[in-house]
Design a protein around this ligand. Structure first.
Ligand SMILES: *Cc1c(COP(=O)(O)O)cnc(C)c1O
Length: 466
């Protein structure tokens, strides 16, 4: 079947029909100007009911299927040994192929446990670009994150098809500098979020895994977006065209010793996550921490019904390729509309959202005045579309020097929830972005009025610099 979204719309029409609706309302510009002021120019601090189309995140904003809602009713709320836990364990074994399941309340719970069992103070943890919570937990455990992603990932204009790839020379240099004994694992993210939802290739993961085995270093996947990565491999990597995403996902996981997963993304639920491992001894250590921080080993912070809906979501996401084709097809639909209007975005279009290049759009605002933060606020005021900053505010400060990290990518993320919005919503979003870009010179830079110490982007407040 022709699945190119530019030539064949039919192949990615939503593979579902709508059974229940949730009304949303349009607000006035005056209302939105007050709302963004009250929110300190931080879209995280807006009330959801002041938002028209909510593209803040695709995390936990998924629409569940009728079968998942039915599964909720079958949840077994036993404190220990819940039937729903075993359903989840079966689903993770079948789809991801990991034997040992350690359930957590969400992805960062799994990152916390993994970091605590493996990282010692002074260790280095290489990774293909940082993720906010992942790096936070690595540093909290005493580790130093070292970026080993290929250079193309930092260039928003590069159209390299696998911008999520690990640069093996950079990885080797970390091994030379620290020694393998001080590198407990490499953290390899699938469909790299902070690079704009960019995949790594199977060949690159395989080679990275081989290098790890040579040196006795674990390879731990952040498999949160492994399904989206599998879709891109099917589209772009020779030899995978005729494989199902289910087979490709399974092969991806085979080149790893374990994975952390935030189930709020690929897995089509609103809350949940897990750490999955192969080594039973490592899993035993993880479970003994789990009982202190998350919950008993057969629920780890999720209710029985959460686990039941999650087990169903994991099976459903790979039942056929139609779900992921439509999911990424919708992202590409929005991205292509913006490309046609010459809006600078990160290329190639990523798996979970479209990333506006705020540095290019607001060239008059220096990075220290948070252009991406200002652009996200301006877009909200224009149309009630909520987006998120992914630039200097998200990058935070260097814990040693106290200076702002100044990432090359200064982006606004329009993140598309799964199975929630229609193409008509995407049209409205594109029109608003085009309008804001056309009057970009009216947008002013921002300064902090409150800067939290940890993960500052969530709760920071700003004011415009007049
Ligand atoms: C969302 C996300 C996480 C963190 O998961 P939470 O469920 O939000 O705690 C980690 N890694 C990636 C790639 C993510 O997208």
């Amino acid at each position: 079947m022709d699945r190119d979204p530019r030539t064949s719309r039919r192949s990615w029409a939503e593979p579902f029909r709508i059974k229940m609706v949730e009304p949303i309302t349009v607000t006035t510009r005056g209302h939105r100007e007050r709302a963004i002021k009250d929110a300190g120019w931080n879209t995280f601090l807006l009330r959801a009911e002041d938002v028209y189309i909510d593209l803040l995140t695709d995390s936990g904003t998924n629409a569940m299927s009728d079968r998942q809602w039915a599964a909720l009713m079958l949840g077994d709320e036993a404190y220990a040994g819940s039937r729903s836990y075993y359903h989840l364990e079966d689903a993770v074994r079948d789809v991801y192929g990991y034997e040992e399941l350690v359930p957590t309340h969400q992805g960062r719970g799994a990152e916390h446990i993994l970091s605590q069992i493996l990282i010692k103070p002074g260790d280095a943890v290489p990774g293909n670009m940082y993720f906010t919570t992942t790096r936070y937990h690595q540093e909290r455990a005493g580790g130093t994150f070292v970026d080993v992603i290929i250079d193309e990932a930092h260039d928003p204009a590069s159209t390299y098809p696998f911008k999520g790839n690990v640069d093996l020379d950079k990885f080797r240099a970390v091994i030379d500098e620290y020694g393998a004994s001080r590198i407990p694992y490499i953290s390899v993210e699938t469909n790299v979020n902070m690079a704009g939802g960019q995949p790594l290739s199977m060949a690159n993961l395989r080679a990275t895994y081989e290098l790890c085995r040579e040196h006795g270093i674990y390879l731990m996947l952040d498999a949160t977006r492994a399904l989206e990565n599998a879709w891109f491999i099917k589209q772009r990597e020779p030899g995978y065209q005729d494989k199902s995403v289910r087979e490709i996902l399974r092969e991806l996981c085979s080149y790893s010793d374990g994975a952390t997963v935030s189930s709020k993304k690929d897995n089509l639920v609103n809350i949940g996550g897990f750490l999955a491992l192969r080594d039973p001894d490592l899993a035993r250590r993880a479970r003994s921490l789990l009982v202190a921080f998350e919950g008993l080993h057969t629920y780890g912070g999720m209710s029985g019904r959460d686990m039941e809906a999650l087990a169903q979501g994991i099976r459903e996401m790979v039942e056929t390729d139609d779900h992921i084709a439509a999911r990424i097809g919708q992202v590409e639909y929005l991205g292509n509309k913006l490309i046609d209007e010459d809006v600078p975005i990160v290329l190639p279009i990523g798996g979970h959202g479209v990333f506006l290049d705020a540095r290019a759009i607001l060239a008059h605002i220096p990075q220290e005045q948070f252009p991406a933060q200002a652009l996200a606020a301006a877009l909200y005021v224009d149309s009630g579309v909520r987006s998120m900053e992914r630039g200097v505010v998200s990058a935070g400060r260097d814990p040693v020097t106290g200076q702002n990290h100044l990432p090359k990518l200064e982006l606004v993320r329009l993140t598309i929830p799964r199975r929630v919005y229609t193409q008509a919503h995407m049209d409205v979003v594109a029109e608003s972005v085009v309008e804001v870009v056309a009057s970009a010179d009216e947008v002013a830079g921002l300064r902090f009025t409150y800067e939290p110490e940890d993960l500052r982007f969530f709760l920071a407040r700003f004011e415009p610099i007049s």
